[in-house]
Design a protein around this ligand. Structure first.
Ligand code: C2E
Ligand code: MG
Ligand code: MG
Ligand code: MG
Length: 283
């Protein structure tokens, strides 16, 4: 974890210092304040999960959701995960927050099973810092066993950055997680720098929103999305496009053979009660 934190800081330094130098002082003050406040976020009940429904494009049915973290602070209001997750990764807080998230997702999955909706799965974003913890796999298996939820209902989303930390060790962990029955997705594929051969370890390929935004009219993006869908299919993987906002994008993706979509067109991320109502309305 310490190794990864250093790596991240270096990355941020490279990207941040050069281009945002005048903002650095202000930025680091806020970052420090946020990182400090985050330590009490669980105890103060400031964290919550929202669930973004996923639509199967072939069978036109709900297949599950992605759990996304929200932090509502008394003073700052809603802080974006894009801002606070990297801070939680740097100071290691993501480990305890990550277990809190997984426990909430398991509760949600248990509720879905009680409601007779065992066919639905939930995806959870797992940080590289969580994955590199030596006890991650055994601890996850213990929590899942205690919840009574089958491992196959949980979809673990990993980003390409995990591959860059320690490819051999993470590869071995991903293999153990797959063998234990978990579905493993590669999140934001194509936005990082990992090698293609890394892909074959995953069961789901989440196509990043940056390729979807102009997929209906930009030739390059169309070609990239086509290539991702075909490669994934030939590797026996499922594709889920994220950030689908229009019907036109949905139709284009369906024509190209993308398996599923997620985005504002189908639904925004929903708080648990609204997600339960959405599930009840989508048999
Ligand atoms: P991600 O995992 O790629 O999640 C997709 C992001 O796209 C989410 O942003 C989601 O709200 C947003 N999104 C979904 N559909 C649309 C759409 O149609 N249009 C637009 N404009 N945006 C859409 P969010 O919730 O702000 O999360 C940002 C990132 O923060 C996530 O990207 C993920 O990397 C990270 N994150 C969020 N929750 C967690 C968590 O529980 N744990 C970890 N480790 N990271 C998380
Ligand atoms: Mg994700
Ligand atoms: Mg994503
Ligand atoms: Mg993304």
């Amino acid at each position: 974890a310490a190794e990864l934190a250093m790596y991240k800081v270096k990355q941020d330094g490279r990207n941040g210092l050069r281009f945002y130098a005048p903002e650095m002082q202000k930025h680091s003050e806020r970052a420090l304040a946020l990182a400090t406040a985050l330590k009490n976020a669980i105890a103060n009940n400031e964290l919550a999960l929202v669930f973004q429904p996923q639509l199967d494009l072939q069978h036109h049915c709900l297949i599950g959701a992605e759990a996304l973290l929200r932090w509502r602070h008394a003073e700052w209001g809603v802080v974006s995960p894009a801002e606070f997750i990297p801070l939680a990764e740097q100071n290691g807080l993501i480990v305890s927050i990550g277990w809190w998230i997984i426990d909430r997702v398991l509760e949600q999955l248990a509720a879905l099973q009680r409601a007779g909706r065992a066919e639905l799965s939930i995806a959870v974003n797992v940080s590289a810092v969580q994955l590199v913890q030596p006890d991650f796999v055994t601890e996850l298996q213990a929590r899942v066993a205690a919840s009574g939820v089958p491992a196959g209902a949980l979809d673990l989303e990993l980003t390409e950055s995990v591959a860059m930390v320690n490819p051999e060790e993470t590869g071995e962990k991903i293999a153990r997680l797959s063998a234990a029955g978990f579905r493993i997705s590669i999140d934001d594929f194509g936005t990082g720098y990992s090698s293609m051969s890394y892909l074959k370890r995953f069961s789901v390929d989440k196509i990043d929103k940056s390729f979807i935004d102009e997929v209906t009219h930009n030739h390059e993006d169309k070609t990239i999305v086509n290539a991702i869908i075909h490669m994934a299919r030939n590797l026996g993987m499922t594709t889920i496009a994220e950030g689908v906002e229009t019907e036109e994008q949905r139709n284009t993706l369906q024509r190209k053979g993308c398996d599923a979509i997620q985005g504002y067109w189908y639904s925004r991320p929903l708080p648990p009660e609204e997600f339960a109502a959405f599930v009840a309305a989508h048999r």
